[in-house]
Design a protein around this ligand. Structure first.
Ligand SMILES: C[S@@+](CC[C@H](N)C(=O)[O-])C[C@H]1O[C@@H](n2cnc3c(N)ncnc32)[C@H](O)[C@@H]1O
Length: 235
């Protein structure tokens, strides 16, 4: 499978407003202070922990890990290019472990490993925060084949949620909603760049076909709500 490289490259997911809203949401779950230690699993360009570092000036810079090292990863955090399962064996301890839009990259057994290792890597009263696309009535703008792939992946996510519930047990659920308004031109560029994993395995022809479908289906400004389910575990 191709690797996901353009998810947070100049998309709404890397916009100032999104990061601000997301971090406000996080702050309701975790009372950050200078001593908070954070690990972001599957951090991408590390926009989220970088903004947190700017705001809270943590004594220990947050650590972001990813199997892809993008050129423009933020510099005010510690980035490591490593598989999460390998990294978590190094016995570090954190107050917050963030796993945002990353669980779908794991097999069922590896997700169980990831969760068990994450629990062991938490400080007392530490939290694991898992974010994943909402699975029912998801509003991400899609062309037909993309919707089919996305629905398949969301069905699998529901199985992953059951694994999470079984492994972590005492968890709470909330939703993070972000209102997106994006020009069709920009969204077409995101699709061309295969911003979301349900596009990774499509042929160039399928992508081109899908783009013409998007062009005829949507108005010049595309508006929708991007909703993430947040699963919170506290040690
Ligand atoms: C959809 S992106 C989300 C990026 C970021 N968390 C965000 O929400 O903006 C998922 C990220 O997980 C990374 N990833 C996938 N499998 C991984 C693994 N086993 N260990 C670490 N990172 C992984 C991918 O390379 C990708 O950057």
């Amino acid at each position: 499978m191709r690797k996901l490289k353009n998810w947070d490259k100049k998309t709404w997911l890397s916009s100032k407003n999104y990061i601000l809203e997301f971090n406000k949401f996080l702050n309701k779950k975790v009372k950050f202070n200078k001593n908070t230690t954070i690990l972001d699993i599957g951090c991408g360009r590390a926009n989220i922990i970088s903004a947190l570092q700017k705001k809270y000036k943590f004594k220990n810079q947050p650590i972001g890990i990813d199997i892809v090292a993008n050129k423009d990863v933020k510099k005010n955090i510690i980035f490591k290019k490593i598989n999460a399962l390998k990294y978590l064996k190094n016995k570090g301890k954190y107050d917050v472990i963030l796993i945002k839009q990353t669980i779908h990259f794991f097999s069922k057994s590896n997700l169980n490993r990831l969760l068990s290792l994450s629990k062991k890597s938490l400080n007392n009263k530490g939290k694991i925060l898992i974010f994943s696309l909402k699975t029912n009535n998801n509003k991400i703008p899609c062309f037909k084949k993309m919707r089919k792939n996305l629905e398949k992946s969301l069905k699998r996510d529901e199985v992953l949620f059951k694994i999470i519930k079984k492994n972590l047990k005492k968890i709470t659920y909330t939703n993070f909603n972000f209102k997106v308004s994006i020009s069709k031109q920009k969204y077409v560029r995101m699709i061309k760049e295969r911003y979301i994993s349900c596009l990774l395995n499509m042929s160039n022809k399928e992508i081109q076909f899908g783009i013409s479908e998007i062009k005829s289906k949507y108005k010049n400004q595309i508006k929708f709500t991007d909703t993430l389910k947040c699963i919170c575990y506290r040690k």
